[in-house]
Design a protein around this ligand. Structure first.
Ligand code: FES
Ligand SMILES: [Fe+2]
Length: 410
């Protein structure tokens, strides 16, 4: 349970809020590279952490990310003409390049040097493995870019997706830090039918959390026969990342496939859910992944199965084939998160033993948000952290060995 004040601290991410200040200290996945498919193409409106931005790919292929409002009188630069290495506002024709420099002010006198004193607000951009990233924090605090493993495997062994999740980031992230729900919500059988899978036989494993330099390591541990334990390990990487442990899902046997989630706040009540699908050992099957996840989205990356149509929950399917009656793992996750309301009231909740990682994540984020406004540096930014080695794991080991010693994941 959180007090109303703590819930506000956790969930508000706009400019000037403590959590917003914290999150602005990390590199942020901003949009998919596919949204800017060609030089001089249409600019794209991007909203991140409550800020309205515009992204464009200029004549030379460089990506710029600018505040959406034109510095002249605030018209949207997303309406602008993208040509000749710059974005030209359609209102009075002022023109800005990817660095924010003002190149032209045609509505001012010909001898005016005003443009030399006008700049568009810009943010640093990196285009990495199918995603355009940005950094929205103070320039002198620009962090080391985290060279995660899945970024190095693009494009044959890694792919990136995004979709809109219509609730606050924190409840979406909590769903990712909850290994108890997977064998319940995501089961491909009605509630009354259980498979032989140990995780469906025993729905209440032990849940344990350990601090790491990047965030947390979360383990769910099932005792199995012969003095063994079955373990799933999932890292939480500050401030919004998780890596799902390899699993048998979607009717396929377990493989080295992994899913990475990032829940990036769009504003306080909507979230960009970025996913990477990757396999460190072999090429991935992207179409299969999209189908299993239930990626049914419109041109704005909004789900076509959403709160407005109750995620097309099918009661007949619930009787015969599935726990939820909702198509696709990601849609199922979004349905339960979005059904909590735009911002869930955590003063009304009743946390259980299965919520250990959620408690750990909140503790970490709340402390870091309070600290950052006092000038204390946030965790998870140390360039010495081996970002490329952070991963998840599913394994069996003797029950008398601590899971965090037995794990191949760090
Ligand atoms: S508002 Fe953009 S040029 Fe005037
Ligand atoms: Fe889930």
């Amino acid at each position: 349970m959180l007090s109303p004040e703590e819930n506000e601290l956790l969930t508000r991410v706009g400019p000037g809020t403590p959590m917003g200040t914290l999150m602005r200290r990390y590199w942020v996945p901003a949009l998919l590279a596919e949204e800017l498919p060609e030089p001089d193409g249409a600019p794209v409106r991007v909203q991140l952490l409550g800020e309205r931005l515009v992204a464009f790919r200029d004549t030379a292929g460089r990506v710029g990310l600018l505040a959406e409002a034109c510095p002249h009188r605030g018209a949207s630069l997303a309406l602008g003409r993208n040509e000749n290495h710059a974005l030209r506002c359609i209102y009075h024709g002022w023109q800005f390049d990817v660095s924010g420099r003002c190149l032209d002010t045609p509505s001012e006198p010909a001898d005016s040097t005003y443009r030399e004193r006008v700049r568009a607000q810009t943010y640093p951009v990196r285009e990495v493995a199918g995603v355009v990233w940005t950094y929205l924090g103070p320039p002198d605090k620009l962090p080391h870019f985290p060279e995660y493993r899945w970024l190095q495997l693009y494009p044959t062994q890694s792919a990136a997706f995004k979709l809109l999740e219509e609730c606050n980031y924190a409840q979406a992230l909590e769903g990712g830090l909850d290994l108890a729900h997977a064998p319940i919500l995501h089961r491909y059988s009605p509630w009354s039918v259980r498979s032989a899978d140990v995780r469906q036989q025993n729905l209440a494993p032990r849940h344990e959390v350990r601090d790491t330099p990047y965030g947390l390591q979360y383990g769910a541990i099932w005792r199995t026969e012969g003095g063994q334990q079955h373990v799933r390990i999932l890292p939480y990487i500050m401030p919004w990342w998780t890596i799902v442990a390899p699993d048998a899902f979607g009717g396929r046997p377990a493989s080295a496939d992994r899913i990475v989630n990032a829940w990036v706040p769009r504003d306080d009540t909507t979230t960009w859910h970025f996913q990477y699908f990757f396999n460190p050992e072999e090429p991935i099957d992207v179409e299969w992944r999209k189908q299993t996840a239930g990626f049914h989205i419109d041109a704005e990356y909004r789900k076509t199965r959403n709160l407005d149509n109750w995620w097309l929950q099918d009661r007949e399917d619930m009787k015969l084939r599935s726990m939820s009656g909702i198509d696709g793992i990601v849609t199922q996750d979004h349905a339960v998160n979005e059904s909590q309301g735009p911002i869930v009231n955590r003063s009304k909740e009743h946390l259980g033993a299965s919520d250990a990682a959620i408690v750990g994540m909140r503790r970490l984020l709340l402390r870091a948000a309070r600290d950052v406004v006092q000038g204390i540096e946030p965790p998870g930014l140390d360039p010495a952290i081996p970002f490329d080695r952070i991963t998840s794991a599913t394994f069996d080991a003797p029950a008398d060995v601590p899971w965090y010693e037995a794990t191949p994941a760090r």
